[in-house]
Write a protein that binds this ligand. Structure first.
Ligand SMILES: [Cu+2]
Length: 120
């Protein structure tokens, strides 16, 4: 190993030490349990943070519901009775997002809303 290679290796190792604490302090994923039922989500309001990944663990007490939000980056995810559906997203912008149930679930479907408040 010549000097140039050695110095290169040392910089590589040093960069690893510098990078490690940054990775360790990254915001841990926020997990939120959500239960859907005709015709509401419980909890109905969820507070999340810009840049912090969020994982929703969702289940239904009755029929199939769903969640989807282009604005929040939530992929269209069905929520079925007796199953746990998960969806992960990272909020990008502060705001209050009204996310409607994405699967027709009966009379009150139009009013079935999950409010997601994105804060810093
Ligand atoms: Cu619905």
């Amino acid at each position: 190993m010549n000097l140039k290679t050695f110095l290169g290796a040392m910089i590589f190792v040093a960069a690893g030490f510098i990078a490690a604490p940054v990775a360790a302090t990254a915001a841990p994923i926020q997990t939120v349990k959500i239960t859907a039922h005709q015709w509401a989500f419980a909890p109905s309001v969820i507070v999340v943070h810009v840049g912090r990944p969020v994982k929703f663990l969702m289940t239904s007490k009755d029929v199939t519901h769903g969640l989807a939000s282009t604005a929040l980056g939530i992929a269209d995810t069905p929520i079925s009775k007796g199953k746990i559906s998960t969806v992960t997203f990272t909020p990008k912008k502060v705001g209050t997002y009204r996310v409607h149930c994405a699967d027709f679930c009966g009379m009150g479907h139009g009013d079935m809303v999950l409010t997601v408040k994105v804060v810093n």
